[in-house]
Every structure is written in structure tokens, then in C-alpha cells.
Design a protein around this ligand. Structure first.
Ligand code: F6P
Length: 328
């Protein structure tokens, strides 16, 4: 029988992403709307283990919808991987009277919640928060849209200087396992080539493509490289390789790094976060659990966490084709 939920905990976990604050605000305010107590859990699972809790009411989340990062802080927690750590976390949640939680994070954070639920039968809901957009069961994760805008803005600036000096730039973007940022930013910023983990076409293909681009009369070139690219060379090694094999190019490297994870969330991410927070809390109140809220065709959908963790996102073939045509 489903337990009556009177108090919900909320936390952010793993790498932060823009829109996490908007999601926290939504969870807190939905609880207030339904007269349910809400508790903020600081520093993800680490704070859960240490009992780093703070009651939150509707006013405690004023003016955070527009803020990047996460007011609850985030962490990747090794202690929660141990049975002892999870036992401590359970005891802290019980002592605080928390009946269920909403975890905002990526697949690592969801895996932790699932193991915890298997051991302690503890109701929870997941909201996908990561700039990488690598969670199965949602077309968009929180922060992806904002990160794309950040990346495109940065590449527009790189293009200005690349064009002035007739240079080629390798720009490394985030995406440990997937190339969604690289592909979408590649189309959005008009890159000449992209290197993504899902489609390793080899270094000969890169040289051919760059040669063709130069011969076609382009004055500058941008190659976007996803962090997880499988060419076997990092951006600095790629620079050396191209300089050696195509001396016509003057090459520079720019690693965008963590600036991609910061900044005010886009309107899209704020709206999505607000919708997902409401859905997560109301689904728990309906007695359901162990689900992730996602969005598909602009409708919210629910996916079992076990599927969200195991499934893989697909590279958009149609977008790859658009990219191939646009780079002509
Ligand atoms: O998972 C999101 C992400 O931004 C990845 O793209 C990146 O590889 C990783 O986090 C970086 O993690 P950290 O902040 O721990 O260095």
C-alpha cells in the first residue's frame, strides 16, 4: 500500500546544469501548493548522509529561477556507493521525517537512487538535469538548451578572430559520452566539421574535409570536438596532426570547459524545469515512484528509472545530414 506523503526532500546531484534552480523552485512551490512539507538536501547524497537538511517554503526560493548553478550545491558522492553510506542516509531521512525525494541529476544520480530504493523501498522521482542531453526517456535534459546557446555564442566570437586571421580552430565542447552539444552547436554555429563519439569517421576523413573546405574558398574553419570523441587524439594532438599533414592551415585550439555549465538558464530550460518539478511532486502524491519525468513532443512523459539509466540516446541522423549539407 502506498504511504501517505507528508514531507518531500529535494536535491541536486552530479554535474550541475542551468535550470536546476528553476527545478528546485518548482518542487518547493508545488509542495507548498499541496500543503506538503519540503526539505532541501544540500550537496546531494553527501548531504543526505550527513543530514545537511533545511526546510524550504515558497519564499525560500524567491529570485532563483534566473540563476545558474544550484543553491542546494551538488556533489559526486563516493560514500553513497557503499552499503554503510546508504544506511546512514536512510537513518538521516527517517530522523527528519522525509517520506520521499526528488533527485535532479544525471544517470549516475538516478542509479544511486534506484539502489537505495531497492534496499529501503524509498519513494523517489527523477528530473533529468545535465547539459549533455544523454538521458534516455526525454528529448531534452535541463541545461542542454542553455549550454548550446553558451557554446554557440562562444563559437561566434571565435569565428570573428578565426576569420580575421584565416585560421582553423579546434573547439572542444563537453559531452563525455555523447555528441549532442557538438552536433547541435555545429549546425547552429556553422562549423566546418564535427567530431562526435557516435560517428568516428577517422582522421583521413577530417583531412579530406578540411582540404575541400579550403579549396572551396572558405577563409576560416571551425572543427567542434566533443570531449568523448573517439578519433584517438585530443584537441591539441589534432592541431599538431593537421599542421603536419595540411600545412596550409594555421591552427589554434580553444577548450570551452566549465563555462558551458554556468550562466542564467534559457527561457526554455526555465519553463521545462517548472513543468518537470510540478509533475515530479504530483506523481509522488499519486502514489507512483521510481520514475523519471521527461519531455517528448512537448508533452511530459514518465519513464521507469531503470529504463532511463540503461537506455541510450540516439544521434539525430536527420540533423547529421543537415550538417553535412550545410558545411558544403
Ligand atoms: O556530465 C556533465 C559534464 O559536464 C560532462 O560533459 C563533463 O565531462 C563532466 O560533466 C565534467 O565533470 P566535472 O565537473 O566533475 O569535471
Amino acid at each position: 500500500m502506498a504511504i501517505e506523503i507528508k514531507k518531500i526532500g529535494v536535491f541536486t546531484s552530479g554535474g550541475d546544469s542551468p535550470g536546476m534552480n528553476a527545478a528546485i523552485r518548482s518542487v518547493v512551490r508545488t509542495c507548498a501548493y499541496h500543503h506538503i512539507d519540503c526539505v532541501g538536501i544540500f550537496r546531494g547524497y553527501q548531504g543526505m548522509i550527513e543530514g545537511d537538511f533545511k526546510p524550504m517554503d515558497a519564499r525560500s526560493v524567491n529570485n532563483i529561477i534566473n540563476k545558474g548553478g544550484t543553491i542546494l550545491k551538488s556533489a559526486r558522492c563516493d560514500d553513497f556507493r557503499t552499503k554503510e553510506g546508504r544506511k546512514q542516509a536512510y537513518e538521516q531521512l527517517k530522523a527528519e521525517g522525509i517520506d520521499a525525494f526528488v533527485v535532479i541529476g544525471g544517470d549516475g544520480s538516478f542509479t544511486g537512487a534506484m539502489i537505495f530504493d531497492q534496499e529501503y523501498d524509498f519513494p523517489f522521482m527523477g528530473i533529468p538535469g545535465t547539459i549533455d542531453n544523454d538521458i534516455f526517456g526525454t528529448t531534452f535534459t535541463l541545461g542542454f538548451d542553455t549550454a548550446l546557446n553558451t557554446v554557440v555564442e562562444a563559437i561566434d566570437k571565435i569565428r570573428d578572430t578565426a576569420s580575421s586571421h584565416n585560421r582553423l580552430f579546434f573547439v572542444e565542447v563537453m559531452g563525455r559520452d555523447v555528441g549532442h552539444i557538438a552536433l547541435n552547436a555545429g549546425v547552429g554555429a556553422g562549423a566546418e566539421e564535427i567530431l562526435i563519439p557516435e560517428e568516428n569517421r577517422g582522421l583521413d576523413h577530417l583531412l579530406e574535409s578540411l582540404k575541400r573546405s579550403k579549396l572551396s574558398g572558405k577563409s576560416s574553419s571551425i572543427v567542434i570536438v566533443a570531449e568523448g570523441d573517439k578519433s584517438g587524439k585530443n584537441v591539441f594532438e589534432l592541431k599538431e596532426y593537421v599542421e603536419e599533414h595540411l600545412p596550409i592551415y594555421d591552427v589554434r585550439v580553444s577548450v570551452l570547459g566549465h563555462m558551458q555549465r554556468g550562466g542564467p538558464p534559457s527561457c526554455y530550460d526555465r519553463v521545462l524545469a517548472s513543468r518537470m518539478g510540478v509533475k515530479a511532486v504530483e506523481t509522488l502524491l499519486e502514489g507512483k515512484k521510481r520514475l523519471m519525468v521527461g519531455v517528448q513532443d512537448n508533452k511530459l512523459i514518465l519513464t521507469p528509472i531503470s529504463k532511463a539509466i540503461k537506455g541510450h540516446t540516439k544521434m539525430e541522423k536527420e540533423l547529421i545530414r543537415v550538417f553535412e549539407i550545410m558545411k558544403t
